[in-house]
Write a protein that binds this ligand. Sequence first.
Ligand SMILES: C[S@@+](CC[C@H](N)C(=O)[O-])C[C@H]1O[C@@H](n2cnc3c(N)ncnc32)[C@H](O)[C@@H]1O
Length: 225
Amino acid sequence: MREMSLVVTYHRQNNVVEIWMPQKRKDHFYEGWLYHILVDPLLRRVHRLVRSQVKPGSTLIDIGCGTGELLFSLADVCSELVGVETSKRMWSFADRQARARGFNNVQILFGDGAKLENFLAGSFDYAIACMVLHEMDASQRLPLLKEMQRLAPHVILVDYRVPPPANLAAAMCRFIERLAGRRHFRNYTSFINNGGLLALYESFSLSGRMEITLYSRCLHLVKTQ
Ligand SMILES: C[S@@+](CC[C@H](N)C(=O)[O-])C[C@H]1O[C@@H](n2cnc3c(N)ncnc32)[C@H](O)[C@@H]1O
């Protein structure tokens, strides 16, 4: 039996798109407003970097969009923006923010980013996952990346650089990941031990990728050209 139930949530270019809604996931205590206060300000530089990589007028899907801040920072650049979130707390926070702040070209969907089969292939110009892959179960990473590749010709991933540099910033990041809970830390550790983003890209034999490092070489953005 599937763990998901089907919901109709999204109208796109006069078509109704159905997406799978996660039912069993337990949300974390820090998701929603606490994440917005503590983490969003730290990621503003990352969001600016993503913005510099996106062509004006393009369409974009942000998998694991969190509180929606990356989408909102792109609202004046992109023509259409879709965020997908599997956490109910994150989804409802981002959805409320989008409405309250009047972002008419942003839609936030509650669903699993690896199960977007009802979106046609090539529906977007860009598919982005920012700080998402390190917190997923190892078995979910490749299906997510595969789905992103199907949805858009350009894939942009941002996450921890592997191996982590031997500096204070990397030690702080590791400490923060530990604070996020046992399961979260186990996933982070498996992400690091399995070679991070570059190993995932290798398994797809993706060519022509471009890499930019930031935050004392702790994070990097990797983009297919
Ligand atoms: C660390 S947060 C990053 C949020 C946001 N991208 C940012 O840059 O601030 C990772 C988010 O990915 C979401 N996520 C994890 N797996 C997902 C999946 N399979 N589909 C959609 N969202 C997912 C989590 O719920 C969480 O909100």
